[in-house]
Design a protein around this ligand. Structure first.
Ligand code: PLP
Length: 449
C-alpha cells in the first residue's frame, strides 16, 4: 500500500481530497540545475518533427482544404484578450499586471482540438515509415502521391488503435481514415456521443467502455498487441505524440515575434495549459523550455476532480498513483481532462521543467467559457478554459506570489506576458455549446481563484 501522506504535504492532500482548488509549486524545478539537458529527447528532435510536418504539408493541403490558407501547416492564431481581461478583472474585483493572450487551439483545423498536433503527427510519422520501408516513397518526393488509390490500398492493410476520452480518437480517426488505414478507437465513458457518431461516419471502428480512460487504453492496447498489423498509439508513453505537440513552441516563438512581444529576463512569459494524461501540455512545455529556457514559466491546469498530474508529481509516484487512491471520483464535465492516472513518462520529464500545477472547479470553467464568449466572441469547450485563471493564480494567491518572489520576478510583472492555452471546441455541436454557455451564465457564484 502506498503511504501517500508521507510523500505529499498534508495540507495539500487535505485540499485535494475535499476538491478545493490549489496551486502546487514544483520545488524540483529549482533543484534540477540544467533544464536544457534531457537524456532521451533534444531540440533536434523537435526540429525533425517540424521538418516532417513540412514534408506532409502539400498532402494535408489537398486532403483538408481548411488548411489551404496556411499551406497545409496545422496551426492556430494567438488572440489578444484585452476585453476578456477587463471583464474578468471586474468580476474578480482585483487586478494583475501583464498582457493576456489565448492560444486558439480550439480552432485548430482537421481535428478541432490540441490533438491535431500530436495525434496527427504520429499517424503521419507511422505512414511515412511504412511507405519508406516498402520503398513506395522517398524523402524528396511530393507527398501528394499518398492520395493515390494504390496507397489507400497499401495503408488499408494496417490498423491504427488508440484509447481516448474523445479528442485524441477524433484526430487519429480523421487522419488515419483519410490515408486509408483501418482505425480502432477505444472510447472511455466520458467520450461524448457526437464524437463517436462523427468517427463512425468516417468508417472508424468505435469501441465503447463504461469505465474511465485508463481502462479504455488498457483494453485498446491488449486488442492491438494481439494483431501484428496493428499499431497502438500510446497516449501514456508515446515520444512521437509528445514531439508532435512540442513543435507548437517553434510556431509560438514566431507569433510572439510578430506581435512584438519580447521574452527575456525582464519580460517573463507565463503559459497555462490544461492537462489530461499529460502528453499535450508536456510536449508543449518541453518545446517552450527548449526555446525560451528559464524565461518561460509553464503551469498545467487540472479539474479539482481529476488532478492526476499534480498528484503524480507532488508525490513523486507518477503513474504509480491515481486520483481514486485518495478518494477522488475523476468525474468532470471537462471530458478532455477526465484522466485519473498521469503519464509517468511525462511526469518524470516535467520534474525539471514544470513550474507548477493548479486545479479549477467545473463551475468556474463554465463561467470562464461564458465570459470568454461574451467578451471576445471566442467559443471553447469546458476543458479549454481553465488556463484563463492562470495569470490571477500566479499574481494573487500566496503560493503564486511566493513563486514570483523566489524567482525574482516581482519587479517584472508589468512587462510580463500570459498565455492561456485553449485546447478544444470548434467541433462541438452548436446546441451542446449553447447549453455549456447557458450553464455558465446561470452560475451565481462569482469567479474565484
Ligand atoms: C487532450 C486534451 C487536453 C489535455 O491533453 P493531454 O495530452 O491528455 O494531457 C486538454 N484539453 C482538451 C480539449 C483535450 O482534448
Amino acid at each position: 500500500m502506498i503511504n501517500i501522506t508521507q510523500d505529499i504535504e498534508r495540507l495539500l492532500l487535505v485540499s485535494l481530497k475535499s476538491y478545493k482548488p490549489v496551486l502546487w509549486i514544483n520545488k524540483k524545478l529549482s533543484e534540477i540545475s540544467d533544464t536544457n539537458e534531457h537524456p532521451s529527447l533534444s531540440y533536434e528532435d523537435i526540429i525533425e518533427a517540424e521538418e516532417r510536418l513540412k514534408r506532409f504539408a502539400p498532402l494535408l493541403r489537398r486532403l483538408f482544404p481548411e488548411t489551404l490558407e496556411q499551406s497545409g501547416i496545422i496551426e492556430s492564431r494567438l488572440a489578444n484578450l484585452d476585453n476578456f481581461k477587463e471583464e474578468f478583472l471586474k468580476e474578480l474585483h482585483a487586478n494583475f499586471h501583464g498582457r493576456l493572450f489565448l492560444k486558439c487551439d480550439n480552432e485548430l483545423p482537421v481535428a478541432g482540438s490540441i490533438k491535431a498536433r500530436g495525434g496527427i503527427y504520429e499517424v503521419l510519422k507511422y505512414a511515412e515509415e511504412l511507405a519508406f520501408q516498402s520503398k513506395r516513397l522517398s524523402i524528396g518526393d511530393n507527398y501528394e502521391v499518398l492520395m493515390d488509390e494504390s496507397f489507400k490500398e497499401f495503408f488499408g492493410r494496417y490498423t491504427l488503435a488508440v484509447g481516448s476520452t474523445g479528442n485524441l480518437g477524433l484526430s487519429i480517426g480523421i487522419m488515419g481514415a483519410a490515408l486509408g488505414f483501418n482505425v480502432n478507437v477505444h472510447m472511455s465513458a466520458d467520450a461524448k456521443e457526437w464524437k463517436k457518431i462523427l468517427l463512425k461516419g468516417k468508417g472508424v471502428n468505435v469501441f465503447e467502455y463504461s469505465s474511465d480512460y485508463s481502462k479504455a487504453v488498457e483494453e485498446g492496447r491488449k486488442k492491438s498487441d494481439a494483431d501484428p498489423f496493428s499499431y497502438f498509439i500510446d497516449d501514456e508513453n508515446s515520444k512521437t505524440l509528445f514531439l508532435g505537440y512540442s513543435t507548437a513552441a517553434l510556431r509560438l516563438k514566431k507569433q510572439l515575434e510578430q506581435e512584438g512581444i519580447i521574452v527575456d529576463e525582464q519580460h517573463p512569459l507565463f503559459v497555462y495549459i490544461p492537462c489530461g494524461v499529460g502528453g499535450a501540455p508536456g510536449g508543449i512545455c518541453f518545446g517552450l523550455k527548449k526555446v525560451f529556457g528559464s524565461y518561460v514559466h509553464c503551469f498545467f491546469v487540472e479539474p479539482t476532480h481529476s488532478p492526476c498530474m499534480l498528484l503524480g508529481m507532488a508525490s513523486g509516484l507518477h503513474e504509480g498513483i491515481c486520483v481514486q487512491d485518495i478518494g477522488l471520483d475523476n468525474k468532470t464535465e471537462a471530458d478532455g481532462l477526465a484522466v485519473g492516472r498521469p503519464s509517468g513518462f511525462v511526469g518524470k520529464m516535467m520534474e525539471g521543467l514544470l513550474s507548477g500545477v493548479y486545479t479549477v472547479e467545473d463551475n468556474q470553467m463554465f463561467k470562464l467559457l461564458a465570459t470568454l464568449r461574451d467578451s471576445e466572441g471566442i467559443i471553447v469547450e469546458p476543458s479549454a478554459t481553465p488556463g484563463l485563471l492562470g495569470a490571477a493564480k500566479i499574481s494573487l494567491t500566496d503560493e503564486g506570489r511566493e513563486y514570483l518572489r523566489a524567482n525574482g520576478l516581482e519587479g517584472y510583472m508589468k512587462a510580463s506576458t500570459h498565455i492561456a492555452w485553449a485546447t478544444g471546441g470548434s467541433f462541438v455541436p452548436e446546441e451542446m455549446m449553447e447549453s455549456f454557455y447557458k450553464r455558465g451564465k446561470g452560475i451565481k457564484e462569482s469567479i474565484s481563484i
